[in-house]
Design a binder for this molecule. Structure first.
Ligand SMILES: Cc1ncc(COP(=O)(O)O)c(C=O)c1O
Length: 429
């Protein structure tokens, strides 16, 4: 085998060798809370980070460790930490880096829950956010202040599906010595490896295409290992950390660990002490999903492109957004980065407006009306009244969310059956 296995090989093998004792080929689920210490010295070494090993499943678990290693390989990163949801992965990422008095510059077109976290919850912790238009990289630079600690964006803004110019924004991040944090949920590493385009931290909600079947909630963060945290402005990394034996993460760790200072602090401070740990049963589900990720993504992409092209020609449809349509405002940027396809979500508006959109959703038969994306089953949602309903009208507009927007997550069913369902529901609008 080549020294570095290709994506499809890593998605099946990375992080796992058959169990040497039981010879089990499948990944074992380690349903345990804790692990026996060999002696008191072993216990003290594990707690003191002098030795790596299992202590307690809130901090790490052998089944979850395989998932973490596999995602690290697929993203091309240095270390990953899995948590109980994509949402907790985002929150823990922010508080691993930022503290009271700090500031974030973020794209405005975010998943509604992330927007609320940044806009309404983080201010309670003294962390504020300036939201900018992701299609205008210079807006990120203009919004940077002396207390800014990270730049944040999604690979395909949920729900308007704008694709950012990653390299232009990463150039700004580098110039200002700030980490670029990317939520890659909508593309997964099968369609885009954002670390190749300058991301420092990559977040994936495992709940969506990686799990792929709508059966488990989880999130994971990958440290690219390419950011130097030793600038004094990153106080969590350069001042003695009260949360962990007064360790200065960017300065005191062994040189071999300094590149993954973020991942180590993420696991040892928020995950350990706030506790949103991933169940090993869910880790197993996500590992099953990963084995077929690129096969499934190719079919999601093919079906979604066909649906988008079909909708674009439909007489009852007023507009369609899909980054793979040549007419789409972000097509040229998307085409630069998304060489393996433009994702599995399409959004559109019907000519009869919001009311028509509701009628359309209510009449779907094969599509399920629910709040998720990335399932093998096709899904539909009206974000303005559901996932993004906490946002004001102005905030929805800034994120590219119009009141009539209908979001479709296209599954793996036969395309003719999908188009037939869309046709009968549209005919009633
Ligand atoms: C882009 C994006 N990021 C993060 C999340 C949150 O993930 P989770 O539901 O696993 O908490 C979502 C959920 O829809 C999402 O769409």
């Amino acid at each position: 085998m080549a020294t570095k296995p290709a994506f499809d090989t890593a998605s099946i093998h990375a992080g796992q060798v058959p169990d040497p004792k039981e010879l089990s080929r499948g990944v074992a689920i380690h349903r345990t809370t804790s692990y026996v210490f060999k002696n008191t010295e072993h216990a003290a070494n594990l707690f003191g980070l002098k030795e790596f090993g299992n202590i307690y499943t809130r901090l790490g678990n052998p089944t979850t460790a395989i998932l973490e290693e596999r995602i690290t390989a697929l993203e091309g990163g240095a270390a990953s930490v899995a948590v109980a949801s994509g949402t907790s992965a985002i929150f823990y990422t922010v508080i691993t880096i930022a503290k009271q008095g700090d500031h974030i510059v973020s794209a405005s077109n975010l998943y509604g829950g992330t927007y609320t976290q940044f806009d309404a919850i983080l201010p309670d912790f003294g962390i504020t956010t300036t939201f900018v238009d992701v299609t205008k990289p210079q807006e990120f630079e203009k919004a940077i202040k002396p207390n800014t600690k990270l730049l944040y964006l999604e690979t395909m803004g949920n729900p308007a599906l704008d694709v950012p110019d990653f390299e232009a924004i990463s150039k700004i991040a580098k110039k200002h010595k700030l980490p670029l944090v990317v939520d890659a949920t909508f593309t997964t590493p099968a369609l885009l490896k954002t670390i190749d385009h300058g991301a420092n931290i990559v977040i994936n909600s495992l709940t969506k295409w990686i799990g792929g079947h709508g059966t488990a909630i989880g999130g994971i963060v990958t440290d690219a290992g390419n950011f130097d945290w030793s600038d004094p402005k990153f106080e969590h990394f350069t001042k003695p950390d009260k949360n962990y034996h007064g360790l200065r993460w960017a300065l005191d760790l062994h040189d071999s660990l300094k590149p993954i200072a973020f991942a180590l602090r993420f696991r040892t401070v928020p995950l350990r002490n706030l506790g949103a740990s991933l169940s090993p049963d869910s880790s197993w589900i996500f590992l099953q999903g990963l084995e077929t990720l690129s096969l499934r993504m190719a079919k999601h992409v093919e079906n979604t492109r066909k649906v988008a092209e079909w909708l674009a020609k439909h007489k009852k449809v007023s507009w369609v957004r899909y980054p793979g349509l040549k007419s789409d405002p972000t097509y040229s940027v998307a085409n630069k980065y998304l060489k393996k396809g433009f994702g599995g979500v399409v959004v559109f508006g019907v000519k009869s407006g919001r009311e028509g959109g509701s009628k359309f959703i209510d009449n779907l038969k094969l599509f399920s009306h629910l709040a998720n994306v990335g399932d093998a089953k096709s899904l539909a949602l009206h974000p303005a009244s559901t996932s993004h309903s906490q946002l004001s009208e102005a905030q929805q507009k800034a994120g590219g969310l119009s009141p009539e927007l209908v979001r479709l997550s296209i599954g793996l069913e036969d395309i003719d059956d999908l188009l037939a369902d869309l046709e009968q529901a549209l005919s009633l609008t």
